[in-house]
Structures are given as structure tokens and as C-alpha cells.
Design a binder for this molecule. Sequence first.
Ligand code: CMX
Length: 456
Amino acid sequence: MLSCSTRTLFNASRFVRHASTKTLKETLQEVIPAKQEQLRKLKTDHLQAVVGEVKVENIIGGMRGLKAMLWDASVLDPNEGIRFHGLSIPDCQKVLPAAPGGKEMTAESMLWLLMTGRVPSEAESRQLSRELAEKGELPEFVEKLVDSFPTTLHPMTQLGMGVAALNHDSVFQAAYESGMKKSEYWTYTLEDSLNLIARLPALAARIYRNVYKPGMTMPAINRDLDLIGNYSALLGFGDNHNLTEYLRLYIALHGDHEGGNASAHTSHLVGSTLADPYLSYSAALFALAGPLHGLANQEVLRWQLAMQAELGSDVSHEQIKEYLWKTLKSGQVVPGYGHGVLRNPDPRFIALQEFCDAHPELQQSPVVALVKKTYEVAPDVLKEHGKTKNPYPNVDATSGCVLHHYGLKEFKYYTVIFGVSRALGCLTQSVWARALGLPLERPKSLSLDALEKLIQ
Ligand code: CMX
């Protein structure tokens, strides 16, 4: 059920596709003043209002549940899952423009929604695709840097280092050095952010080619294609329409998951020092590279393939149950299950499963079938195990198996695709943090002794 306020939002005209032809920057110029005014009022009228309490469990429990960050683009409800500016995933699938010849929403249209809170017109989304394609080439020194990495260096480490090196061209950093005004911070941050998003496909694809397909020549960026159409082509899968569509959906869905997750929070913290978007997003990528966060999609496939190798592809529910217990009894987590906030199946998992249901070739895939069967038994096993607060699948439980079926089998690379996506949300927030003049992040820490004294 949509809440009353969400229904109002969904019906509001900003979610109706108009025949508008504004640029992303012009649209931001329109929407920023109202948000600045909203923040100004909070500052003047409500600065001392109490929104919650801090318990010891928040301090020693990874700050779970602590309301302590401003993040406008998306909100995560524990039961319902993610909404992007009030729109659920099915809402987004209905209203956000697809690429020509495709059905899935594009990364550009999701970026537009996250940045502006508005649904772009087809023309706006296309124009943004073209702008990104025009900016998409890598500087030569970054190509050389990436080419010099040993192929044994994890693709996520390579991605983070490549993104950090792109800060050589940061317009924010250059303008800061020459003394720009605070009111101009957001425009330079936007320019850097769009340049970075534009270059991620070429960077990520170069890493893939170097590590897994050495000697293959990369095609040039096609200015008539959307960001992910180009990414798929650069990876060497441009002829596979269904994989390209899957990548579009995957990348739009992984774009943002409110502010407190490790990658988003890292980029926000680093950006709050006025480090430029390249530096703050490279830091986010290293948070994403942890197995409890973005690396889980790699771990899921490794785990599913090990199960398949041990039990064969035609396994029974009972055999999967035993395998789950074996994993749990050996002290490991079941990858792809559980979540820091969610308490129901992740709607991103459901959207990707629906993609599988809609594509007959995926019904034939043993790995896709195994993921589905695992979902039929894992929640009950995890409930019986009794530790996790959320026995249901998160998005990582399924995201890799479709890539595997379509021939993108190198699972150490999967988190890189997540990394191409998460830039949409993290960099949106970087722009807004500068537009709203948010300060340096600096929470108070306590020693164990000080904490004990406070509660006596
Ligand atoms: N399998 C087994 N045990 C699990 C579990 C799982 N999938 N998920 C949580 N638990 C355990 C925890 O390890 C913890 O055990 P201890 O008390 O021994 O430390 C206990 O259950 C309570 O954990 P929780 O409060 O339910 O979960 P957290 O908020 O601490 O952690 C998460 C969340 C995602 C790290 C955890 O569920 C997990 O490790 N899942 C597997 C890895 C994974 O899929 N990560 C991807 C998350 C999505 C993303 O960020 O990309």
C-alpha cells in the first residue's frame, strides 16, 4: 500500500513525463532554491527539535537505526524497500524513459530522477545520454595506468585507483584553488560528477578487457547509444540485447539505497571535506569492495557454483537445505541473505527475478533455477538458525546469476558493475551536499570508559 503522502507525490506533476527539453543543470537550477529554503527554515525554526534518542546499542552496533544523515534522493523502508524520491521500483519502471529499442529504464533517467526529483522527458534523457557519450573517453594517462596494473589485482581495486586518478582533471579542485565562491560549489561538483559518470563505462570495460579478454580491441564510444548501451558494447556484449537490457535494469536499481549504507556514507563523509567527487567516489568504491557490502554478489555466485559442483544442477529442496546448514555450521554467512535495514525480500531482488521470469532463455539456466530454489528454502533455514534479523534475500542473491547465464562469467568483476551504478546516487548526493552547503561530517566518539560513565 502506498502511504497517503507517497500517493500525493506519485500523482504530482513532477512525476508526469512532460515534453520538456531542459538540461540537467537547468533543471537543477530550478529545483535547488526551494530545497535551500526548506533547509534554511529548518535551521532557523527547528534546530533544537528532537528526532530520536541515542542508545548504547546504536553506538556499539554500527550506528544501526540512528537518524543522523541528510539524504534526499531515496529512502529505505525496512518492510517495503527502496523508494527513489517517493517512487517505488515498479513506479520507476512505468515512468522512467527506456533506451531506443529497449524496455528497461536507463541509467540516465534514474540519474535525472535522483538529481532533480523529476521524471525526465524522452528528449531530456536522450540529450543526457549524448552529453555523457561525448565526455566518455578516458585520458591517455589513465588508460596507461590501468594497463599497467597486474591482471591479478582485484578489479575493484583497479576501479577505485582509476577513479581516484581521474581527479587529475577535477574542475572543482581547480576552481577551489583559484578561489571560487561557495554558491558555485555545486556547479563544479555537477560538472565533475557528470564527467566521472561518463567515463566509468570506459574505465570499467578497460579493466574487464585487460583482466579477462586481453588482446581484444575496444570499440569507440557510440554517441547515439545510452550510457549502459555503450558499457555493454565496450565490454564486448553489445550484440546481446537481453544482457544489455539486464545491465540497464541492474544499474538503475543499484543506483541509490539511501545514505547510511557503507559506500554512500563513505562518499558523503569524504566529500564533506570538500575533496572532489573523484576522490570521494573512489573511497566509496573501496567500501563497496567489502564482502558484507557490494562484494556479496561475487560471493553469492561463488557459493551457488560450489553448491552446484557438489550437488549437481538438478538438486532437491532437501539437498539445498542441507547445504545451507553446512554453510551456517561452518561459521559462514549465507551470502545474498540478510540486510542492515530491510526486513522483507528486497524489491530489487524481486525486480531482477521478474526479469528472469519474463525471459524464456533464463528459465533454462541451471544457475538461475538454483537461485530460485534456494530462495524457496533459505528463509526458513535462516529463521530456524535464529541469528539474522532478516532471513530474506537482498539484491545480491540474484544479480550475478543472470550475468553468468549471458556469458559474463567472471564473478570477481561483478562488484565493478555495482560500482558503475552506485555513482548515480553517491554523486547526486555530492551535488546536493554542495548546493545545500552541508558541513564537514564530524560525529562525537566515546571511549568505553566514557560510555560507562554516561550510563551510570
Ligand atoms: N547468514 C548467516 N548469518 C547471518 C546472515 C546470513 N546471511 N545475516 C546476518 N547474520 C548473522 C550476523 O552475522 C550476526 O551474527 P553475530 O551476532 O554472530 O555477529 C547476526 O546474524 C545478526 O546480524 P543482523 O543484525 O541480522 O545483520 P547485520 O545488520 O549485522 O548485517 C549483513 C547485515 C548484510 C552484513 C548480513 O546480513 C550479512 O552478512 N549478509 C550476508 C552478506 C550479504 O549478502 N551482504 C550484502 C548486503 C547488501 C549490500 O549491502 O550490498
